[in-house]
Structures are given as C-alpha cells and as structure tokens.
Design a protein around this ligand. Sequence first.
Ligand SMILES: *Cc1c(COP(=O)(O)O)cnc(C)c1O
Length: 405
Amino acid sequence: MTPSTQSPTRGYLDEVDSWSARNYNPLPVVLDRAEGVWVWDVEGNRYLDMLAAYSALNQGHRHPAILQAAREQMEKLTLTSRAFHNDQMGPFLRELCQATGFQRALPMNTGAEAVETAIKMVRKWGYTVKGVPKGKAEIIVCSGNFHGRTTTIVGFSSEEQYSSGFGPFAPGFTMVPYGDARAFEEAITENTVGFLVEPIQGEGGVVVPPEGYLGCTAHMCRERGIAFMADEIQTGLGRAGQLFACDWEDVQPDVLIVGKALGGGVYPVSAVLADTGLMDVFHPGDHGSTFGGNPLGAAVGRASLRVILDEELPRRSRRLGRWFMDRLRAIESPHVAEVRGKGLMIGLVIRDESGPARPFCEKLQDRGILAKETQRQVIRFAPPLVVDEETLEYALEHVTAVLTE
Ligand SMILES: *Cc1c(COP(=O)(O)O)cnc(C)c1O
C-alpha cells in the first residue's frame, strides 16, 4: 500500500528519505509500539510480526522479564569498560557456558563483531598451536553465506552486491558450495584452520543443507585438526527448533557464535564460545571492545537466555514450526515452489513465473502481517517464538488469501 500524501506515515517516510543513507529498502510501515508478537504503526494499525527483527526477537517484543532486568540494571550500573570488572559479566558468561557446554565465552555486541572475533581466534590458534606458517592460515566458507557486513566478512561473500565496490579484501578464505561435504573435504589443505558455516542459511534464503552435512563436516574437521565454527547468530537460541540448529545432528562445534536473540530485542549482545584450547590464545591486549561484556548488556543477556530456557522456546518452535510448515505446504497455490525450514525458521519460495516475493509481502502488509522477502523469491516466516497456534491460524488465513487470490 502506498501511503497517501496526507498520512502521518508519509511524513516519516519522507523524513527518512531525506536524511538517511539509502542502504535499506524497508516496507513502508512506520512502527511506534509493540508487545509480544504484535506491533502497531503510527496510524494505530496492528500487525503480526513475522520477521522478529531477523530472529533478534525470539522472546517477543518487550518481554517483561527482560525489560525488568534492563530496568533494574539501569538503576545500578550500565558501563564500566573492560578496564574494570563488573558484577554481571561473570554470571552471564558462566550461565551462557553452562547452557551451551563450553568452557569459555568472549562477549561482544553485534553479530559481525562476534564473527570477526571467531576468525581472529581460529587464525591465532592456527599459528600458535597448529603450526601453520605465518600469514598462511585459511578458513573455508560457503557460497550463499551471510556472516555480517564488515570489510573482511563481505570480502568472502558470494553475493555480488555485498562486496561490490568495497574491496580490496582480506585474503585467507576459500569458498565451497554449501551443503556439499565432498567439496569441503577437497578444499582442505594443511593450512586450513577453520570451517565457518551457518547450520541453516538465513539471509541466503532459508537454505537447509542435506541431512548429515553438519555431522559429516564436523567429523572431517575433528580428524584433520580444523576448528568447526558454527554461526548460530540467526539459527540459535531456539529459532530452528532446538536450542542450537547444530543439535539436530548432535554436533558440538569447536566455536559457537551467538548474537541477535541473546539481546532479547532490547540491547545488542553477542558472544563467541569455545573451550580453553582455542580461547586461551587470546592474551590481554589481543582483542577487545569498549561495550563488550558491559553490565547492562550482560544483565539483558542473562534474562534473555533465561526466558529461552524457562519458557522452553526451542521445543515450542519445533512443535509450532512443524505444524505451520505442514499447513503452508497444504495451501493450493500456483505461486508456491517450495516451503522449507526448521522450527519457526521458514522460507516459502515463490515460483519464478509468479514474479518476485516482494509484492506478496506488500499484500501481506495490507492484511496486517509483516513478513520480508529474503533473496528475490523467498518469503521468510520467522515470528517471535512466543507465538501461539491461534495467532498462526490468523497468519495462515491471510497468507492463504494472498497466495490464492
Ligand atoms: C544477522 C547475522 C549476522 C550479523 O549480525 P549483526 O548483528 O547484524 O552484525 C551474522 N551471521 C548471521 C548468520 C546472521 O544472521
């Protein structure tokens, strides 16, 4: 829907158009309020949030326990920097390690920073422990990957637009087709230090690799002395129907990268988890972040993790995801090529002949459902994990209408 020239929405859109860098193409809806799975625009219209801030809102908008933790912490202490200790970071990292089965955690803020941290750690491990010659460390990555937007990370993206114009790029990355364990094995050299992989590619279009891929590549990594680095920034913390998507294949990565929902939709919190063999390559001064591990972020992270565990959101995501995907597959529409995903991380692929996914998202917006296309042909359905059946029925009604009208 194109907002009329008189509407308050139009004014906000024009303002952003005038003042913001043009690096996004959002749906033309201006939100000013949210609760749980619902958001409201400046004109009072209510929408179901089926994107959940790219899975940063697994616990729902403004979860009371997370808000309470943030409020209480704000009344006491918000930032120390790592030049001093604070009383929240230790408990946060202990709880995160205990929930994930790792010995150590390194707190950061955004996902991209956590990925950069993991790259630095694994490279240094390669030089100091594995014995790779100076400057020769290689990390294997997958085509279709998304790991963030820093210059190092976009340098190994296969998405032309992500890298075009932003070089020169850092060397040391080898790309292999996603989901192909043999191609991975063939790309290994004596200088390979790590394999960086998303258990399900989110931005790549909700791409689920063949069954056994994670287990097989993790096994090869173990045999060859390579760090298996799982980027679970989007798939983790319940989104894909397990606490971590690697759990589907009983894979414990050597390096686990988390972010997004770790901040409960309130504050940016990310982390890298590993055992001492890897993590202890970092010495004072090797790496850092002014805000990483700050007490407000740590308190928010503790509450965010507790909500995921206490409310058993992974199980809920698994159960509702299965059901919702079955229902989506049952829609008789000439436009649908495929429905894929795990848990409540679902991609509905629109046939090429039906045009791009974007107009379908715009029609959903008109009906009070906010979903966003990823890649050209995929509508992503990833609501907050606190959603219930009744609400998903409501979504199905409108999705069905849009896909069959
Ligand atoms: C979102 C995302 C990132 C980047 O996180 P930012 O917080 O935006 O830097 C990295 N990896 C994956 C898989 C993501 O989905």
